[in-house]
Design a protein around this ligand. Structure first.
Ligand code: PLP
Length: 386
């Protein structure tokens, strides 16, 4: 079957929820992907921040295939070593006390919402969760309700009650966080809404408000986590101490996994039967995630910060680029053209980039080389400045 036939078949049978580019990928290595005609692409999207060590990474493949050869799935009625190992690794690296595993970012956030609601019920019957305008927390009904963007609320109501949307200002969060609020949930860098880096003073104010008013601080690190920003989790760059941290995307290095990390006295909020998942903590995903997390060390994080600077500095030298934002290898920028048009022009020239609202977004593999960054900048210059 050639690429054209695959696209036709996909259009016939797959639900039409995605605006796809007309490319069928077959394989790849590192930051290079190949379509079914053998054409090469430089990947600055990593499957929306997932393939942190690129495609076909040897060590990750070894960990995954070794586990596949032993046991692909049991259930959460039993224990498996990869799940226990990954939970221990996450707790050791972050100071969390307990982890719940799901299969995606939305599921990690669902778990955080449930944990916060149960904690709130036990601490004065509180249930409201303050989130920010322009946030994005997932596409299940509860995580859509948590998402502070009207556009995502069309068609799917009624939503569960108890979500309040604050402007990203201390005054607005303080006003929204009434006595019945149990938590404030933030992405310290809002990814889907355009790579908006929240100011440190604001994030610290949110933490202070949470402490003063007995609310939990939830950091959604689904996109920003696992080394993406040059910090293991981006809240670490802000020096705050969340009560709940969620992550997914890069953690699995390409296999589905989501994790909800519970800190401090929030750790024991769940009892038997409070939450569960058939596939959550799957041994193959967990074995791959152990390989990923185990290699995100200080050296790699320093490299990500350095490469992020190289990318951002290069972008700032392109005449048509404005408003470069981000941290590490999570970068957004604007051009005079619509972001989608820039992405289409790039793909024609063999470069994969993402969009987020009106910005072009770059989430390359953390292992991208300086030469590959310069190649990407060259293509972007051609597309943007002509
Ligand atoms: C910050 C944030 N939270 C949650 C999600 C949802 O993750 P998933 O698509 O894995 O459910 C995303 C996905 O883009 C995200 O960026």
């Amino acid at each position: 079957m050639d690429g054209k036939q695959i696209i036709e078949e996909d259009k016939l049978y797959v639900a039409g929820t995605y605006a796809r580019f007309p490319v069928v990928f077959r394989d790849g290595k590192g930051c290079r992907l190949y379509d079914c005609d053998g054409r090469e692409y430089l990947d600055c999207g990593s499957g929306i921040g997932v393939n942190v060590f690129g495609v076909n990474d040897g060590k990750w493949k070894e960990a995954v295939t070794e586990q596949l050869g032993m046991l692909q799935h049991t259930s959460n009625l039993y224990y498996t070593r990869p799940q226990a190992d990954l939970a221990k690794l996450l707790c050791t690296r972050t100071g969390a006390k307990k982890v719940f595993f799901g299969n995606s970012g939305a599921e990690a956030n669902e778990c955080a919402i449930k944990a916060a609601r149960k904690y709130g019920e036990e601490h004065g019957g509180r249930y409201k969760i303050v989130t920010l305008k322009n946030s994005f927390h997932g596409r299940t009904i509860a995580t859509l309700a948590a998402t502070g963007q009207e556009a995502f609320h069309r068609h799917f109501g009624p939503f569960p009650e108890g979500f309040v949307y604050a402007e990203p200002t201390t005054e607005s969060v303080a006003a929204c966080a009434a006595d019945d609020a149990c938590a404030v949930m933030i992405e310290v860098i809002q990814g889907e809404s355009g790579v908006n880096v929240l100011p440190e003073s604001f994030v610290k104010d949110v933490e202070r408000l949470c402490r003063e008013r007995g609310m939990l601080l939830i950091c959604d690190e689904v996109q920003t986590g696992n080394g993406r920003t040059g910090h293991l989790y981006s809240y670490m760059a802000y020096g705050v101490r969340p009560d709940i941290v969620t992550t997914a995307k890069g953690l699995g290095g390409g296999l589905p996994i989501g994790a909800c990390m519970l800190f401090g006295d929030c750790a024991d909020v769940f009892g038997r039967g409070d939450h569960g998942s058939t596939f959550g903590g799957n041994p193959v995903s967990c074995a791959g995630a152990c390989s990923i997390l185990g290699r995100i060390d200080d050296k790699l994080l320093a490299d990500v910060r350095e490469k992020g600077r190289r990318f951002a500095d290069g972008l700032k030298k392109i005449a048509g680029v404005t408003e470069v934002s981000g941290m590490g290898l999570m970068i957004g920028f604007r051009t005079a053209k619509p972001a989608a048009e820039t992405a289409s022009e790039c793909i024609k020239r063999g470069l994969l980039v993402l969009t987020a609202h009106s910005r072009v977004r770059l989430l390359p593999p953390l292992t991208i080389s300086n030469e590959e960054i310069d190649t990407a900048l060259g293509i972007l210059r051609e597309v943007i400045d002509g």
